[in-house]
Design a protein around this ligand. Structure first.
Ligand SMILES: Cc1cc2nc3c(=O)[nH]c(=O)nc-3n(C[C@H](O)[C@H](O)[C@H](O)COP(=O)(O)OP(=O)(O)OC[C@H]3O[C@@H](n4cnc5c(N)ncnc54)[C@H](O)[C@@H]3O)c2cc1C
Length: 359
């Protein structure tokens, strides 16, 4: 394969879905463009809890990348990236193939932080990558056992509510208050739902180590079991952090409002792998950055001034309650109800439908 591109899109994340969608209908930059993704589908995170709760089928929750790429006249390359040289820029695939481009866009997501594990006495199931998570969760379902969940953010709470009733018992651990960063009322509502679902919640219980079949925090055994779900929130991909791009204190790529790397302006980054003041790591920002990114890659390629991404002060969060309802958080406001579940279902299905190449 000829390894030289005008633009390379690395990762099939939420932002690149929007870029492909925009380019399929208008403003596609001229030249050769490729997209590299470890897997042929982009998974929509908002529907993962509904998939676990069996409210959705696998096909409802993902978008086929080859077809969407074809609609935007973008070459789809399936492969796992293992290194980046930002100067050139050059991407190295696990197969040993190297790809070069004039402009590079990174939308590679993040991975949850993992506790240290001393042996294989407990199976750890990370919520990302989503394809692996769903495959192994379905295997677990063949012989259900009690699970622990580490992480009391939105993902941990939604997954606990989705898994309740499908396993004998669930213990949920979080380092601070449950749903820290959301309004206090949301925490109270979530605690009530979790109590009704018989989920044992352990707030202010940071976990550091998994030793045999024990979960250890602050030197004390907190739980014993064989299956642990890791929903600890985003941490950066190691190889990207080491690439030489300027990163913030946690290791996420520092970008300017035009979504360009602060150290290498011919590299763009968006979504969870990027760090921009005011944009916390969630799917909402990854989705909203898409339109600015699509326009800026086109404008950069012809030397035109770039647009800026202005993060909203508040992001709307709708948390599935496991029974077709949802909990809402927006700024200081929290609410719950069945109608909110219908609204979430409508938004989520619309997102996937809009990014399917045939729609
Ligand atoms: C269970 C759960 C529910 C969530 N629900 C919500 C929600 O309702 N609302 C919300 O705003 N946020 C939600 N989030 C957070 C949300 O998932 C992330 O913020 C969002 O996925 C980030 O999108 P992204 O575009 O940065 O990357 P992602 O959508 O994570 O995509 C990353 C892409 O990069 C590819 N990739 C990664 N590494 C490599 C590699 N080495 N080589 C090649 N390709 C690679 C992956 O295959 C994937 O295509 C949820 C998270 C979880 C875990």
């Amino acid at each position: 394969m000829n390894a030289d591109f005008d633009i390379l899109l690395a990762g099939g994340g939420h932002s690149h879905l929007g870029v492909l969608r925009q380019w399929a209908s208008r403003d596609r930059p001229a030249g050769r463009i490729g997209l590299v993704s470890a897997e042929p589908h982009a998974w929509y995170s908002g529907m993962m809890p509904g998939l676990v709760a069996e409210h959705y089928q696998t096909r409802d929750c993902r978008v086929g990348l080859p077809k969407l790429c074809a609609a935007a006249e973008v070459e789809f390359i399936q492969g796992t990236l293992v290194a980046l040289l930002p100067e050139t820029p050059e991407l190295l695939l696990a197969t040993g193939v190297t790809l070069r481009s004039t402009w590079l866009s990174l939308n590679l997501g993040s991975l949850p932080w993992l506790p240290e594990q001393t042996d294989d006495g407990m199976e750890l199931l990370s919520v990302k990558p989503f394809a692996d998570f769903i495959r192994r969760w379905q295997q677990w379902q063949e012989i259900p056992e009690s699970v622990g969940i580490v992480g009391g953010g939105a993902a941990g709470v939604e997954l606990a509510l989705a898994m309740a009733g499908r396993v004998p018992s669930i213990d949920l651990f979080c380092a601070d208050d449950l749903l820290a960063g959301h309004p206090p009322r949301l925490r109270r509502l979530a605690l009530r739902h979790l109590q009704d679902a018989k989920v044992q919640v352990h707030e202010h219980t940071p976990i550091q180590t998994v030793h045999g079949n024990t979960l250890v925090g602050e030197g004390q055994v907190r739980w014993r079991g064989r299956r642990l779900v890791i929903a600890t929130g985003p941490s950066p991909l190691g190889w990207l952090r080491e690439s030489g791009l300027r990163v913030d204190g946690r290791g996420f790529i520092e970008i300017s409002p035009s979504l360009q790397s602060r150290s290498h302006p011919h590299v763009f980054a968006s979504g969870d792998c990027a760090s921009l003041p005011g944009a916390i790591h969630n799917g909402v920002h990854a989705v909203r950055q898409a339109s600015v990114l699509a326009t800026n890659l086109m404008r950069a390629s012809i030397g035109q001034p770039l647009r800026h991404y202005h993060p909203q002060t508040h992001s709307l969060a709708l948390l599935a309650d496991g029974h077709h309802g949802a909990l809402l958080s927006w700024g200081a406001v929290a609410a719950e109800g069945r109608m909110l579940g219908s609204l979430k279902d409508h938004f989520d299905r619309r997102f996937v439908r809009r990014h399917r190449a045939e729609s």
